[in-house]
Write a protein that binds this ligand. Structure first.
Ligand code: GLU
Length: 300
């Protein structure tokens, strides 16, 4: 089989049913991949057991299916891939890019500077080497300035150690973090185009730094505007954003497309008609700007 030049993905965390915000990310990543004749893969990011809600992964898959999303290949579950994350952590350790950290959150209060998305770890344990599996494992972030091109925002720059700092790759409870897992999985699944909400924009410099350390390719990134609630906060499964109804795909699909600024004909009656109209309208389409606090925290 000739691999597709473009491969996108949708990577929901099963902490609740599919809600409007994640539908927007699914739709944007799907249209971007399919308009490039690309593949679209699904990955369930169930790496953090306490955040997972029983049955949510299946409910998300059923809703996507009912909405007419068609995915390529088998669905990947992060919970089954800890061996791969362990190997990546080992590879980083061999490069002396990982150190054990004994700091508790409480110890860090008052010592941390604010970075792109929160307190920056002050590097208290940076001089530690070796391996203590009972402790959290942090990535030694390089002092470099990183620049990447975002499909909507254009050039995004970040001073890695100053604005992001050393971040955790494996928690003290043994759970591998999102940043490590997403980098390993995007590379292993051959993802060339990452399209996701702008709430993850500040994670991208960390992920590119990890890709560079592991010698992995960096995909193209496009961060979409994020749906906010009436308080200006991101709609998320944690804030109990309302689930989209699997039984009524059309109103939700239309609303997600409208949120992304797609104007579609009014006389669409079926999901099949929706998909052909959305796919026709997407190429060259101008996305609405990212607004609010998250507009571009990397380049304030
Ligand atoms: N699992 C993340 C979420 O549901 C998305 C990760 C990503 O797209 O990189 O918010």
């Amino acid at each position: 089989m000739v691999p597709s030049a473009c491969r996108g993905r949708f990577a929901p965390t099963p902490s609740g049913p599919l809600h409007f915000g994640s539908l927007v990310a699914a739709l944007g990543s799907y249209l971007e991949a399919r308009c490039r004749q690309g593949e679209w893969l699904l990955r369930i990011e169930d790496i953090d057991p306490p955040r997972e809600v029983t049955g949510a992964a299946d409910a998300i898959l059923r809703t996507l299916d009912a909405f007419g999303f068609e995915w390529d290949g088998p669905v990947i579950y992060q919970s089954r891939r800890t061996e791969t994350y362990r190997a990546a952590l080992e590879a980083l350790r061999r490069l002396d890019l990982v150190y054990p950290c004994a700091c508790s959150r409480r110890q860090l209060v008052g010592h941390a500077r604010r970075g792109v998305d929160g307190p920056v770890y002050p590097g208290t344990c940076r001089a530690h080497h070796g391996h203590d599996p009972a402790l959290a494992q942090r990535f030694r972030m390089p002092a470099d300035r990183l620049v990447f091109e975002d499909g909507l925002l254009g050039r995004v720059a970040c001073n890695l150690s100053y604005e992001c700092g050393d971040f955790v790759l494996r928690r003290a409870d043994g759970v591998y973090t999102y940043q490590l897992a997403v980098v390993v999985d995007d590379a292993e699944q051959g993802i060339s185009h990452v399209v996701r909400g702008a709430d993850l924009l500040t994670s991208t410099p960390r992920q590119i730094a990890l890709q560079q350390a592991l010698g992995l390719a960096t995909p193209a990134y496009l961060h979409l505007p994020v749906a906010l609630d009436e308080h200006g906060d991101k709609l998320s499964k944690q804030t109990l954003a309302r689930a989209v109804k699997a039984a009524r795909p059309l109103p939700a699909l239309r609303a997600a497309a409208a949120f992304l600024g797609l104007s579609l004909p009014a006389d669409i009656d079926t999901p099949a008609e929706f998909w052909s109209a959305a796919l026709a309208a997407w190429p060259g389409h101008r996305l609405p700007p990212i607004r609010g606090r998250r507009a571009n925290p990397c380049n304030p």
